[in-house]
Design a binder for this molecule. Sequence first.
Ligand code: EPZ
Length: 416
Amino acid sequence: MSHITIQGGSRLEGTLAVQGAKNSVLPILAAAILHPGRTVLRGCPHLSDVESSIRILRHLGCRVDWEGGDLVIDASGLSRWDIPDHLMREMRSSVVFLGSILARTGWAELSHPGGCELGPRPIDMHLSALRQLGADIREEGGFLRCTAQHMTGREITLSMPSVGATENAMLAACGAQGETVLVNAAREPEIADLQAFLCGMGCQVKGAGSSTICIQGRQPTHDVCHTVMPDRIVAATYLAAAAAAGGEIELRQIQHSHLSTVTAALHAAGCQIYSGPGQTVLRSEGRLHSAGTVRTAPYPGFPTDAQAILMAALLRGEGATVFVENIFENRYRHVDELCRMGADISVAGRVAVVTGVPALYGAQVRCTDLRGGAALMVAGLAAQGETRIGDIFHIQRGYEDPVGDLRALGADIRMS
Ligand code: EPZ
């Protein structure tokens, strides 16, 4: 089963609970090694990126087992501090293990994560923060060889609110003597979920969600059980699907404030949105109009991860929407695939102009990256005829069961 096949035209109706958040559970899996004991993650999503992290944890000497929907980690047997190249190459965001391995062992050796489909993914801010804590990091032959026998907490200012650099610094600071204050920290909800996990383990962390996070290092840790927050980008994907296909869906367990910039854009484009405690309802006639100008930005701005997804929802309809991608250099790779389906999109550097067309047509398309692949599903639901999506391994990195979820809402979609 290497393709997803969609017969477009079905309206989406129904209620769905959203899976656990990929971008929350990945740093939490790295954080689990801070405690030489047991971690239970409730609602951990079954994703290929999670499996990549599990392989790293097992390589380091941890026991990791699925117990139903829970993932159980025992990090008492951790015996290594290196991540081999083939494991690093599976998922570049594994660089977040650097901070926790240093905090637990005082040593770390891993290959430079390199770039990905979205362009070069530098880690200069990660390394600068760890060096300010006292880590000695040598970059030799594509490897990072690090020692941090005595890290000391201090004030660290990030030059931009990088999600990964914030997470890496938080984890390393848990192993530093004294207090670390992160200034200009990322404010994404996943950072707050990481803080909740760390505090549940016995660490002293506060301020996540704001631009200033304080970590009191070297706290005694204990076993922890943590429920992973719902995935706001997966939620945005299903809202965009209903917006594009037409219908009415309700998403459960999602915190509306986590995706309010996305629902605001969908409302501007003509959808009706209702939100209550732990639920968001979207109603759409399936033909949208312009959402104005959408500029991606660090949270609480419009999430770059929802750019392709919203774009796909706006393809069929009237009017033009201007996208400005301010976070990544190369995040319009999905545009050519959407144009194969009849979309009218012009790209110039960081700007993409989407002009609504009367109809989209099913086509053979290929995923270019995780969220670009999600966008192809959204467009396929709104298209006339059959859309066959290849290279779906990209989608499987971040979506646990998109075919099952969308079928439950009435979509004519299957693995093929
Ligand atoms: C996280 O990536 C997410 N990944 C991304 O989600 C998300 O798009 C991104 O944050 C922005 O919200 C995970 O959480 C696993 P950044 P991350 O550090 O940490 C530059 C998805 O689809 N930068 O905030 O890598 C960087 O090149 C993925 O789920 C430096 O220059 O994002 C980028 O242009 C895609 N130097 C910008 O900052 C650094 O040291 C934002 O990166 C670090 C980052």
